[in-house]
Design a protein around this ligand. Structure first.
Ligand SMILES: [Zn+2]
Length: 203
């Protein structure tokens, strides 16, 4: 960034340029936009960023971001306490829950096993999951970890471990298959293989 840019602006642009999707040029454009906003708006944004770390915490039940502990989802008495949906990250939980078709509990795993990690080692934050399952309320554990190699690796490891420690808990995973609107001829082999393997009976 050129040296004749005033220091406060340069500091802001450097910071903004670290955000996903923003390079130095678009960061400068964003900073200039902020300068054109009414002062109260710019200050409100600044205050929001300032308070982000102070006012947010991790929910001790699901591990999601929340202003309260437990979070609104975990504290909701209308939700079923018998199923637990395991997601890799908080945004996965938001997306799933926005659909409104799942009304059980969630837990954020907070990371997946890379293909190089050994299955016999400690999984990502799995002790929190095991502690939750040991409470005895959960009857079904749903893997919603995605369809990447890391997700498969994690699911395999968790399946073995959970089966061994909690043999009565039913373990399911999100169906994998052909996305809505897609054509069979354009599907990759692995998607097709899984679609065939988990095919459903028509009723
Ligand atoms: Zn929660």
């Amino acid at each position: 960034m050129a040296s004749h840019i005033p220091e406060p602006l340069r500091v802001l642009v450097d910071q903004l340029a670290h955000l996903p999707g923003l390079g130095p040029k678009s960061a400068m454009r964003a900073a200039m936009t902020l300068l054109k906003w009414p002062e109260s708006e710019t200050r409100r944004l600044g205050q929001g960023i300032y308070e982000l770390r102070d006012r947010l915490r991790l929910c001790s039940r699901c591990g999601g971001l929340s202003a309260t502990d437990p979070c609104a989802v975990c504290a909701d008495p209308e939700r079923s306490r018998e199923s637990l949906c395991l997601v890799p990250e908080w945004d996965s939980m938001l997306t799933l829950d926005a659909g409104g078709f799942y009304r059980g509990q969630y837990m954020i795993l907070g990371g997946l096993l890379s293909p190089l990690e050994k299955h016999d080692g400690d999984g990502p934050d799995a002790e929190r999951l095991f502690a939750r399952l040991a409470e005895g309320e959960i009857q079904e554990l749903i893997f919603a970890l995605g369809a990447t190699i890391e997700a498969e690796n994690t699911a395999t490891w968790l399946l073995q471990t959970v089966r061994r420690r909690f043999p009565s808990i039913r373990i399911t995973r999100l169906a994998q298959g052909i996305p809505l609107g897609a054509e069979v001829k354009y599907m990759d082999k692995e998607t097709l293989r899984q679609s065939m393997q988990y095919r459903q009976e028509l009723r």
